[in-house]
Design a binder for this molecule. Sequence first.
Ligand SMILES: *Cc1c(COP(=O)(O)O)cnc(C)c1O
Length: 496
Amino acid sequence: MTTIYRSTRSNHINMTASQAILQGLSPDGGLFVLKDFPNHYINVSEIVNLNYKEVAQTIFQLFLTDFSHDAIKECVQLAYEDKFTTKDITPLKQVGDDFILELFHGPTNAFKDVALSILPHFMDHSLSIQDEAKKILILTATSGDTGKAALEGFKDNKAIDIMVFFPNEGVSSIQKLQMQTQVGHNLRVCGIDGNFDDAQTQIKQLFNNSEIIAELDQANIQLSSANSVNIGRLIPQIVYYFYAYSQLVNNQEIQVDESVDFIVPTGNFGNILAGFYAKKLGLPIRRLVCASNENKVLHDFLQTGIYDARRDFLMTTSPSMDILISSNLERLLFEVSGQNSNLINQWMDKLATHGYFSVDSDTLKEIQQTFRSGYATDEDVKQTIQSVYKELDYLLDPHTAVAYKVMKEQEEFGYKQIVLATASPYKFTESVLDALNLSEDNATDELFARMSLLERETGFPVPDNLAELLELPILFNDCISTEEMSHYVLTHGKGD
Ligand SMILES: *Cc1c(COP(=O)(O)O)cnc(C)c1O
């Protein structure tokens, strides 16, 4: 089978799709990317007649060349047949003159569900292609939403175990409860004393630690990743950019081939990178707007070409975007530098050792052809949630509010603007109540009372799977330091 993937950091490491998906991260510390990106491969006028699942199949065939047509169809069916509460999977809503692409109708109410509903099926099928006898252990760092979505996706899988590490003080109370109440025989959830970057860095080091890899290998275990560093996470996210576009065409909001802008609330750069891939495949995207919260390392980079992580890590009301090391930027740099692994190694070494790097002006110009950026403070988020609710009767979650604010300050007449809505407002009930000035007069510590209050006041229904959390017992209460993570993995990863 053809090895269509390679590492961003060396052209000696080559993989088929199933190998890349099972490995997750390249052993040289790089990320898997397509060797030859099929530029302008997709004809949009054909896509607009397809439903979500058909668009997905069309795109997956390009990226999963060692999967049969039937295998792809089966994965799509298993992931999207009945796990989402809407047949459209990612419905597009008009709000004022703009559009909001709702990505939160999956099992855990965040956009991570779109990819993590199908990644387990990609992995199961990859195991059968590779005839892999080892057990897979997935290590996941989460800023709040990936953890729960991955647990739901992989729970009770026969060949794959999963372990999730979340920042104990850095997620919303609903996000924490969602993870701590997770049921399944093959999983484990653990808080860490640290932030998302600490967890992600520690896990990347574990992947490159030959002693630990050897010890797990003796127990017949291979590590993999469900974070967006896994190419299997990014491929499913390309689909909804196309599907959003086709909904605009079918509602006669735009002509086929008219260019549109997407505004993406960004953390690890996975979601917006999928938009870049969609553009390369032929989707008429004019701009991709990267929206940051106050951890605005990406905004600063896109303005100046200097990526500087030497700054305080801030805890904001959009915790899933509290990240200073955005892993997937490496994949963008790989493309815009003309697949130059030497440069990627220089930049990533500099980042790892000095905490910053800067790109040359040609690279920056190339990036700025497509990318724009902006950021929002917690105060901006509050104002935005309030005004959009009052004026347009639409309830934004704090992450989507970051993007909405950035859209409004950059909007140009004549181009349709699509904001990606990444979470249900109920995952962040406290912040949303606070923005609507409802937290004071109804002081209650009780999470579910607060969710009901928000429902009563706004008329937006609490999603069933969040309402049900109330009934569930806490199953995981561990909290460890980041230094203890490798020991924890070795102790608990072998099935006890
Ligand atoms: C993960 C997440 C983001 C950031 O997405 P990236 O792919 O990491 O850029 C934004 N909003 C929410 C609600 C998320 O869960």
